[in-house]
Design a protein around this ligand. Structure first.
Ligand code: ADP
Ligand code: MG
Length: 231
């Protein structure tokens, strides 16, 4: 039994909770003794230099990796109790955004954003309505037919955001979402992401190495260096 299950002061309210989590790669340090809680609706930045362990922590949260030690609780799913076949159910409640966008190159904007809803088996008409509404939200209503290579970097990340929010996820995880963008576009993207998440009531965790950008932002900071929380 984990430490907090019999603890009334525990993270019952937390939507994300890491309890003394460690993960060591075969060839690489990973992260050690990471603990933090995030409450529903909170906006949090995970900040630290390259190699600090930010992506590792996000992967532990979407359960691409399982901890060697400690426990991760995400939206009611606990790592040590979540069998592999149930991880897709957890993932349905998450929206993931990546530095390199990860759009399907041979699908247009509309199809990239619609895909998560097709996977959920929604009726075609509902999908169409929802996708057009989300494309409107991210300012791409007139880009539905463009392939990723016909879009700017900022536009591609807007598609990435649209795809992440189209399912109304409880949690949005963004791994260096502005890392491939120029500073002006990066601010726009970050503002859009946080605005939409707030509107939606989503919990947002953004990993970034960009200290400059964070100095202007609202939200909680978790600072990590060499696999450990330093602030
Ligand atoms: P960040 O996202 O903050 O740049 P990462 O979480 O990617 O950091 O990496 C943390 C540490 O773990 C780094 O030292 C990195 O080299 C190592 N690492 C990350 N992924 C792997 C892997 N698949 N195999 C071995 N080592 C890894
Ligand atoms: Mg990373």
């Amino acid at each position: 039994m984990s430490e907090w299950e019999d603890d009334n002061e525990g993270p019952d309210e937390a939507i994300i909770h890491l309890d003394n989590v460690s993960l060591t790669y075969d060839r690489g340090p990973g992260v050690a003794q990471i603990s933090f809680s995030i409450m529903p609706g909170e906006l949090t930045y995970l900040i630290g230099p390259s190699g600090a362990g930010k992506s590792t922590i996000l992967k532990l949260i979407y359960m691409l990796l399982m901890p060697d030690e400690g426990e991760v609780l995400v939206n009611g799913y606990l790592t040590h109790r979540t069998r592999r076949k149930y991880i897709p159910y957890l993932r349905r409640t998450l929206g993931l955004i990546f530095q390199d966008f990860r759009l399907l190159p041979d699908r247009n904007t509309y199809e990239n954003v619609a895909l998560p809803l097709h996977i959920l088996g929604l009726p075609r008409r509902d999908i169409r309505e929802r996708v057009y509404s989300v494309l409107e939200d991210v300012g791409l209503a007139d880009r539905g037919h463009h392939l990723p290579r016909e879009l700017s970097g900022g536009e591609q990340q807007r598609v990435g955001i649209a795809r992440a929010i189209v399912k109304n996820p409880a949690i949005i995880l963004a791994d260096e979402p502005t890392g491939n963008l120029d500073a002006g576009t990066a601010y726009e993207i970050l503002d859009l992401l946080t605005f939409l998440a707030e509107e939606n009531g989503s919990t947002v965790l953004v990993a970034t190495h960009d200290y400059d950008m964070m100095s202007h932002k609202a939200g909680k900071l978790i600072e990590i260096d060499q696999g450990k929380i330093v602030n």
